[in-house]
Design a protein around this ligand. Structure first.
Ligand SMILES: Cc1cc2nc3c(=O)[nH]c(=O)nc-3n(C[C@H](O)[C@H](O)[C@H](O)COP(=O)(O)OP(=O)(O)OC[C@H]3O[C@@H](n4cnc5c(N)ncnc54)[C@H](O)[C@@H]3O)c2cc1C
Ligand SMILES: *[C@@H]1O[C@H](CO)[C@@H](O)[C@H](O)[C@H]1NC(C)=O
Ligand SMILES: *[C@@H]1O[C@H](CO)[C@@H](O)[C@H](O)[C@H]1NC(C)=O
Ligand SMILES: *[C@@H]1O[C@H](CO)[C@@H](O)[C@H](O)[C@H]1NC(C)=O
Ligand SMILES: *[C@@H]1O[C@H](CO)[C@@H](O)[C@H](O)[C@H]1NC(C)=O
Ligand SMILES: *[C@@H]1O[C@H](CO)[C@@H](O)[C@H](O)[C@H]1NC(C)=O
Ligand SMILES: *[C@@H]1O[C@H](CO)[C@@H](O)[C@H](O)[C@H]1NC(C)=O
Length: 532
């Protein structure tokens, strides 16, 4: 495998960057390529590999950072007994839904096995429960949740297949018998662990149908086994290995340290402008930037993206999932337990789940434990100093283990995902009352500009394998169009091929004529229906 330092050296070399050069490049001076792949995460690298597999070798990958892998991102942390730092994952950490023997296999798991990635089975039943007075066994609530969830998920399946209205996951769970009271903080902790820990959003902020469907698709289609990645080369080792199967060392098609700022698109091609003054003119482009990047207007599109696309971008939600790492000089928590769930007496989601890495099979003797917070509590941790966050979290640990004399950590670190300009958040989610049509608008191409990534996957959104399948699909579609395989609608190679469908207008279910006084609608006359 090649060295990233060598790759970094060839970065941003399309047009010699000139210090202070104006953004605008002269027409005709842009580097020309068939397919511009915007972003070198799992979706981008998989799209490139798919093109390569389809004998399309003329592509360029433009990546903001000095490495590929995107949100599969690690950092050194703390040190082992020889003084060497541990490698820990700031982003993606699990291979989720591995696959059963003989059944479909998660492609991320296939690569993990092929490239010898070190992982360990993550057992969510291996959890101890705590409140502000220390250990408190409320595991019966975990069973109560599970029972209700399976009813809610069945109901969600009926809603999907019978084309009924979606609802919040909270109402779906309540109807199925799980309705935690606002002041029952142990139930609130179980609610957080059972839903927010996966989706980053609460059940109130999530779609029942697509929350359950997404969970089903990964855990039933593949398997309900998740493995936690501990590889000291980092999770993105598999992405680098995947890339090295079609990119040679110093491959000029990979442009690291290249920040895309403007994208001009039409039915004839796409031109991409970068911060360093370079530009790329392509027949097609695949934009794999995160939903957060798109929502934050980090890239200017010309012409402006159509209204249906802009609406789709803003309708889906980008969650933030923050792991806060501690290393101590000793393991004072029960090291044979993988998860420790804390119910705070006042705030739901307050430093709720502590994961031991010092546990057999993980990073034994590392004395590393980390706590995960989501959304509001993640933003809070991002806004405040490391010191303040450490102080708050240490108070929680001292409540969980009142009998222990807990020393100050020897190392402490957490990422600020919402502030990363190449991600702006962690991963996407479907809010309540979404529809497949709404999502097709997120996924559809605008002219020759295609979109792929975790968020464009209707079935595996939020996951690495979602990014993989979407990169593969966009790559296949574009290769098929380029090879004129789409003119024959009977193509057996691809069931559906060609530009993706979008909806200019998404209709609701209530005709305006239903808004009558008989239906309790007293003020219909105030709405001006003459829009022009
Ligand atoms: C904290 C966290 C925990 C997660 N846990 C898991 C997990 O356990 N299991 C799992 O399956 N998934 C997990 N995920 C989700 C998973 O990481 C993503 O689904 C996946 O990495 C997305 O891949 P992608 O290619 O779609 O996007 P990305 O990985 O975001 O790739 C997009 C690329 O585009 C680049 N880019 C952005 N803006 C620009 C620009 N202007 N110019 C040039 N390049 C740009 C970025 O640098 C990036 O490399 C987690 C994510 C996070 C953040
Ligand atoms: C890129 O977008 C910015 C902000 O809208 C604009 O100022 C700049 O002129 C654009 N550059 C190009 C090359 O289009
Ligand atoms: C490309 O082809 C190789 C070799 O057959 C295969 O292992 C790989 O999975 C293919 N990649 C994609 C993204 O389909
Ligand atoms: C999820 O899977 C269960 C069990 O197979 C099924 O009953 C349910 O309808 C599915 N729900 C959704 C939303 O796919
Ligand atoms: C919990 O997981 C750890 C690490 O895999 C294991 O050593 C321990 O036996 C498990 N405990 C139970 C009760 O399954
Ligand atoms: C860890 O540090 C604390 C406080 O400095 C000390 O009391 C304790 O003995 C140390 N533990 C080990 C195993 O060295
Ligand atoms: C497509 O399939 C139909 C029926 O299978 C056949 O009649 C038709 O000729 C095919 N069209 C092309 C373009 O191959």
């Amino acid at each position: 495998m090649w060295h990233l330092s060598a790759l970094a050296a060839i970065a941003g070399c399309i047009v010699q960057p000139v210090a202070g050069a104006p953004q605008k490049s002269q027409e005709g001076t842009c580097k020309k390529t068939k397919v511009a792949i915007l972003g070198g995460g799992v979706a981008g690298i998989t799209a490139a590999q798919t093109l390569s597999n389809a004998s399309v070798h003329d592509f360029a990958i433009l990546e903001y950072r000095d490495t590929i892998g995107g949100r599969a991102w690690h950092k050194p942390f703390g040190k082992d007994k020889d003084g060497k730092p541990y490698i820990i994952e700031m982003g993606a950490n699990w291979v989720q839904g591995l696959g059963n023997p003989g059944g479909p296999q998660n492609p991320i798991w296939v690569m993990a096995q092929e490239y010898g990635l070190k992982t360990h089975y993550s057992n969510y039943d291996n959890v101890s429960t705590y409140n502000q007075h220390g250990y408190s066994d409320y595991s019966d609530l975990l069973d109560a949740y599970e029972e209700a969830y399976s009813i809610a998920s069945q109901r969600a399946g009926e809603i999907l297949t019978q084309n009924l209205q979606d609802q919040t996951a909270k109402s779906g769970l309540a109807l199925a018998g799980w309705n935690p009271k606002p002041h029952d903080m142990e139930a609130q902790a179980v609610d957080w662990w059972s839903w927010d820990f996966e989706d980053a959003y609460s059940p109130l902020e999530s779609s029942l149908v697509f929350g359950c469907a997404g969970d089903n698709l990964t855990s039933n289609y593949f398997s309900d086994h998740d493995n936690f990645v501990l590889d000291q080369r980092g999770f993105n080792h598999i992405v680098k290995k995947q890339a090295s199967s079609f990119l040679r060392e110093n491959d000029p098609r990979l442009h690291l340290n290249t920040e895309v700022t403007n994208i001009t698109y039409s039915d004839n091609g796409v031109t991409v402008y970068n911060k360093d003054g370079s530009c790329v003119e392509a027949d097609y482009a695949i934009c794999t930037f995160s939903l957060g990047v798109l929502q934050n207007d980090a890239v200017q599109f010309s012409p402006e993206l159509p209204v249906w696309k802009q609406e789709a971008i803003q309708k889906f939600t980008m969650g933030t999932y923050t792991k806060i790492f501690f290393q101590f000089n000793e393991t004072f928590w029960p090291e044979d337990t993988q998860y420790h769930l804390y119910a705070d007496p006042v705030q739901r989601g307050w430093y709720p789940i502590w994961q031991s890495l010092s546990t057999p099979g993980f990073l034994p003797d590392s004395n590393i434990i980390f706590v995960t917070v989501t959304n509001e509590f993640a933003y809070r941790a991002e806004r405040q100093s490391d010191e303040q966050t450490k102080k708050e979290a240490m108070e929680v640990l001292r409540k969980m283990f009142p009998e222990k004399d807990i020393p100050e950590p020897t190392a402490f670190m957490y990422p600020r995902w919402t502030s990363e300009p190449w991600s702006y958040g962690s991963y996407s989610n479907w809010p309540p009352s979404t529809s497949l049509e709404m999502h097709q608008n997120l996924r559809a191409n605008t002219g020759r500009l295609w979109f792929a990534g975790e968020a464009t996957s209707p079935t595996f959104f939020g996951f690495l394998h979602g990014a993989y399948f979407e990169g593969q699909d966009a790559g296949r579609q574009i290769a098929a169009i380029m090879h004129h395989h789409c003119v024959n609608a009977n193509s057996t190679k691809l069931r559906e091929c060609g530009p993706r469908k979008h909806y200019e207008t998404l209709h609701g279910t209530s005709p305006y004529s239903d808004y009558t006084t008989l239906n309790g609608w007293a003020f219909s006359s105030f709405i001006d229906t003459n829009t022009d």
